[in-house]
Design a protein around this ligand. Structure first.
Ligand SMILES: [Zn+2]
Ligand SMILES: [Zn+2]
Length: 388
C-alpha cells in the first residue's frame, strides 16, 4: 500500500489484536470475553472505562472543557453464528461462531485509535467517548448505549465499517441514506382445524397465510413510489400438521427495508392493514409482531464532507469513493437520529487474497489487514479535527 500512515507504528499490535478477536468470536449480546479483553487493553492505556449493559464497554479520553467538543467513536464487537471455514492460523477457535462481518477489525482499530489519542490527550480540546458496542448484528446494542444516555450532549458521532466490496486503500462514504431500516415481523394466523373433506367446517390458516403472502407483494409494486426503494421480504411460512387436515395455524416471518422513516412507517402499517383485513375476510384471528432492528442509516452531509477531507489526506482524493447504498442495516443509525455523524466504509478487498473479496457473512470471509490501519487512522484524524 502506497499510503503512509502514522498509525503504522502500531501495525503489529493491531494485527495481533484483530487476530485475537478473530480467534475468539462471541455472538451478539454474549461478548463477555471480548469485553474483558477490551477492558484489559484500556487498562494498559490508562483509559477509564465502564460496562454498558452486560457486554458493551465505554471509555473516555480527555476532559470536558469550556468550548471543547465531544465526539463519539463507535466500533461494534459482536460475531455471527457461522462456522469459520478458512485455513489460516487465526481461524475461529469457537465452533459455529465467526467474525464474518469484520467487527473484530473495528474493535482492534478503535483500540489503536484510543492508544494514539490518549498520547495526545493534553492537546485535545474536548473529549472522545469510545463506544465498544455489543449486539450490532440484530440491532440491539446501540439501544443499550442510548438507554444509558451515553450519547447525550455529543457534537459528533463517527463509525467505521470494513467493506469487502471496496478495494483496500480506498474509503467509501456518501451523504444521505446509506443503509436501510430493518424491521423483523411475524404474522400469526389462527384458524380452525377440520378434515380436508369438510373445509367449510374449518378456517384454513394455510390458505389465508398464502393470500397474505401474495397480497403483501402489492405494497412495493402498487403502493410505493417506484423511485423509492423498499423491500418486503418473506423468508418463512409455516402451516399445517397433516396432509388431510385443514391447517389450524400458520406463521409468516419476514423483514422490511426502507431508506426513510416515512416509507418505513407506511410499509409496516400496510403490512398490518393487509394481514388483518385478509384474516377478517376469512374469519381467522391475525396477530402481528414487529421488532425494530435498525433505523435507516442517514449520514449527515456536513459531517460527511468533514470526514471526506480527513480521508483524502489519508488515502488520497482518488481513493475516496462514493458508498453504494445497501439494503442491509446497521444500528449505528440509532446514534445518527439525534447526533450529526457519518458512517465510513473502509475497503479490505485485495484480489490477490481470494478470501478478502467474498461478501461479508461468508464462511471464508477475511480482510486485507491494511484496512485496520486505515480505519484506526480515520478515527484518530477525524477526532483530532473535531477537537482542534
Ligand atoms: Zn457488520
Ligand atoms: Zn454483519
Amino acid at each position: 500500500m502506497a499510503v503512509k500512515l502514522y498509525i503504522e507504528e502500531q501495525r503489529e499490535k493491531l494485527i495481533q489484536l484483530r487476530r485475537y478477536f478473530h480467534m475468539h468470536p462471541e455472538v451478539s449480546m454474549k461478548e463477555y470475553h471480548t469485553a474483558e479483553k477490551i477492558e484489559e487493553e484500556l487498562d494498559k492505556l490508562q483509559i477509564p472505562h465502564q460496562r454498558v449493559g452486560e457486554t458493551g464497554v465505554y471509555g473516555i479520553i480527555g476532559k470536558e472543557k469550556q468550548g471543547g467538543k465531544t465526539i463519539i467513536l463507535r466500533a461494534d464487537i459482536d460475531a455471527l453464528h457461522i462456522q469459520d471455514k478458512k485455513q489460516v492460523p487465526y481461524a475461529s477457535q469457537n465452533p459455529g461462531v465467526m467474525h464474518a462481518c469484520g467487527h473484530d477489525s473495528h474493535t482492534a482499530a478503535l483500540l489503536g485509535a484510543a492508544a494514539a489519542l490518549k498520547k495526545e490527550e493534553a492537546s485535545l480540546n474536548g473529549t472522545v467517548r469510545l463506544f465498544f458496542q455489543q449486539g450490532e448484528e440484530f440491532g440491539q446494542g446501540a439501544k443499550v448505549f442510548i438507554k444509558e444516555g451515553l450519547h447525550k450532549g455529543a457534537d459528533r458521532v463517527f463509525g467505521v465499517h470494513v467493506a469487502s466490496n471496496v478495494p483496500v486503500g480506498s474509503v467509501a462514504l456518501s451523504a444521505g441514506p446509506v443503509n436501510a431500516s430493518v424491521d423483523h415481523f411475524v404474522i400469526r394466523v389462527k384458524g380452525k382445524s377440520a378434515h380436508v373433506s369438510t373445509p367449510h367446517l374449518g378456517v384454513d390458516a394455510l390458505y389465508i397465510a398464502t393470500q397474505i403472502v401474495n397480497a403483501l407483494q402489492g405494497i412495493v409494486s402498487r403502493q410505493t413510489d417506484p423511485v423509492d426503494t423498499v423491500v418486503v421480504g418473506i423468508g418463512v411460512l409455516r402451516a399445517g400438521d397433516a396432509y388431510n387436515i385443514v391447517a389450524g395455524n400458520a406463521e409468516i416471518e419476514g423483514t422490511t427495508r426502507c431508506f426513510t422513516m416515512e416509507s418505513r412507517n407506511r410499509t409496516n402499517q400496510s403490512i398490518r392493514d393487509i394481514a388483518e383485513s385478509i384474516g377478517r375476510v376469512y374469519g381467522a384471528e391475525v396477530t402481528l409482531e414487529f421488532e425494530d432492528y435498525a433505523s435507516p442509516l442517514i449520514n449527515d452531509s456536513a459531517v460527511c464532507e468533514e470526514v471526506k477531507e480527513v480521508a483524502t489526506q489519508i488515502v488520497g482524493a482518488e481513493h475516496v469513493v462514493p458508498k453504494e447504498r445497501s439494503l442491509g442495516g446497521d444500528d449505528f443509525a440509532e446514534y445518527l437520529l439525534t447526533i450529526p455523524g457519518t458512517y465510513a466504509f473502509v475497503g479490505t478487498a485485495n484480489p490477490d487474497k481470494p478470501d478478502t473479496i467474498v461478501p461479508q457473512h461468508a464462511e471464508n470471509y477475511d480482510i486485507d489487514e491494511d484496512g485496520i490501519l486505515i480505519a484506526a487512522n480515520l478515527y484518530v484524524d477525524y477526532a483530532k479535527k473535531v477537537l482542534e
